[in-house]
Design a protein around this ligand. Structure first.
Ligand code: FAD
Length: 467
């Protein structure tokens, strides 16, 4: 790669190298700006959590070949209100949804390809378009497009400091090829994700248990740029103590385990902690409505670990983790393999089995299979755990993203603590998603927010640079 000339200011400095960053860079470049993308990760790991994604959510009229439909804007907004409990900036939410209608066409023009509508059990065929080749396929297309447009991309180049005066961006300090460099720019687009990979920051809210959290995505989203912006007077948005946490296979790597380590076996059996005790109703509601509470529940258990125990009748009812289940012919043997007290696990399973009432098992509805008389009931899909072989998966909290971000207006411009918009600082993607997603989650909306606001930020930054 030719050496990069840092002596002249760029029109637009884009910090980050995921979906939001690339959408901003492409848009700014198409608007005539001289753009640099500054990515902390090496080229192979470029693209942050976007690498792990599969789809994005779009309102559409039913004619899109990538989704069954239609999915009206009003329905999308209802869904967003439901999951956030109203914790959303309504103006930005409506803007996101309105502009989501353009995304399939726009991404297609950048070379991104989509799969035919999804069938099967995820029930997302109507609302979400799936990338052909997943998030990596999407990113590869966007990087190709950016490079073809002449965008400068530097890898392995973390932003280490920002020079900001009264909410006005001047330059970014970076480490590039082992040297400290300064990149001057007329406008900044911050698209650096959340702080989910920063265990010390997570510990500020979770204490020591955060050491046992697994991070589902990139180790590079440490929130350094987010912290710099907040320290420089940008207004925060989103609850700093909250993160999206699901139950993932405890054998997953510390970072970047991605989607293949998620486990959906919980509703089919019982969940126990290190003491072999159950600790929550595994059948409280359908899995899509409850999967996101289990990360937090496990975080509250001793050593932040739990075990999903099922028998042979359930082993084929869910998508397995990439790691094989622990198998045994008896509950006692299973306990030994999991390093649990065998008599304690046998007692818990026995008490559960005795409490199971007869019913008609149907995991596609809230069925009438439930327990009676247990302090912690199982409200649906309760079947005895009695048919060997028995299976178990160890589970830990898997952190997807954090909610704290920077406040923006509908031009993607960062708002300062006094409420005024910054003259030349824009944000897109996870770093500002808390404006739209105050709590909860709606599958595919992360990429929608990033693409919509990436485009808006890129446009705004390019216009500013030319004025
Ligand atoms: C396993 C998994 C599956 C997911 N699946 C989906 C899905 O199917 N659909 C969906 O909508 N959402 C999904 N999400 C959420 C989704 O990943 C995010 O909403 C989206 O990718 C955010 O894009 P982004 O560009 O804001 O951040 P990212 O893609 O995370 O990019 C952030 C970038 O900033 C860089 N960076 C960080 N710090 C610095 C620094 N100091 N200097 C320079 N660069 C820096 C990182 O290296 C990275 O390139 C998933 C998340 C995970 C973890």
């Amino acid at each position: 790669m030719a050496a990069v000339d840092f002596s002249e200011p760029f029109d637009v400095v884009v910090a980050g190298g995921g979906n939001a960053a690339l959408c901003a860079a492409i848009t700014a470049s198409r608007a005539g700006a001289r753009v640099i993308v500054v990515e902390a990760a090496p080229a192979f790991y470029r693209g942050g959590n976007t690498r792990h994604t599969r789809n994005l959510r779009c309102a559409h009229d039913g004619t899109a070949p990538t989704m069954t439909g239609p999915y009206a804007e009003a329905e999308f907004l209802d869904d967003l209100f439901r999951v956030t409990g109203g914790q959303t900036d309504e103006t930005l939410a409506k803007l996101t949804i309105m502009r989501s209608t353009e995304l399939i066409g726009w991404l297609g023009q950048q070379g991104v390809r989509f799969q035919p509508p999804l069938g099967g059990t995820l029930s997302l065929g109507k609302t979400n378009a799936f990338f052909l080749g997943g998030g990596r396929g999407e990113l590869n297309a966007l990087y190709r497009q950016a490079e073809a447009l002449g965008v400068t991309v530097v890898y392995d180049t973390p932003v280490t400091a920002l020079t900001i005066e009264d909410g006005f961006f001047n330059s970014a300090a970076v480490t590039h090829e082992g040297r400290e460099r300064s990149i001057r720019g007329r406008a900044l687009v911050a698209a650096c994700g959340g702080f989910e990979a920063n265990i010390d920051w997570l510990k500020e809210y979770w204490g020591a248990p955060a050491d046992n959290f697994l991070i589902r995505g990139t180790p590079y989203n440490r929130g350094d740029v987010l912290r710099m912006l907040l320290d420089a007077g940008v207004a925060p948005v989103g609850d700093p103590t909250q993160c999206h946490a699901v139950a993932i296979d405890a054998r997953a790597p510390k970072f970047d385990g991605g989607i293949a380590t998620r486990l959906d076996s919980v509703v089919f059996g019982i969940m126990v902690n290190r003491a072999a005790d159950r600790f929550y109703d595994e059948g409280e509601d359908t899995w899509p409505k409850r999967y996101a509470i289990w990360g937090r529940l496990i975080a509250q258990q001793p050593e932040q670990i739990a075990y999903s125990i099922i028998d042979s009748r359930s082993i084929r009812l869910f998508m397995p983790s990439i790691f094989p289940a622990v198998v045994a012919q008896s509950i006692g043997e299973l306990a030994v393999k999991l390093d649990l007290d065998p008599s304690a696990l046998e007692r818990t399973v026995e008490e559960f089995n005795v409490a199971v009432r007869p019913g008609t098992f149907d995991h596609t509805v809230l069925d009438d299979c439930r327990t009676e008389g247990l302090a912690i009931p199982k409200s649906h899909w309760a079947r005895t755990i009695g048919e060997p072989p028995f299976y178990a998966y160890p589970l830990r909290p898997g952190i997807t993203f954090t909610y704290l971000g920077v406040r923006v207006n509908s031009g993607a411009r960062m708002l300062l603590k006094d409420g005024k918009p910054s003259a030349n600082m824009y944000a897109a993607g996870e770093i500002m998603a808390g404006n739209v997603l105050g709590k909860g989650y709606l599958a595919g909306i992360g990429m929608t927010i990033g693409t919509v606001f990436g485009r808006i930020a890129g446009e705004g930054a390019a216009v500013h640079a030319h004025n």
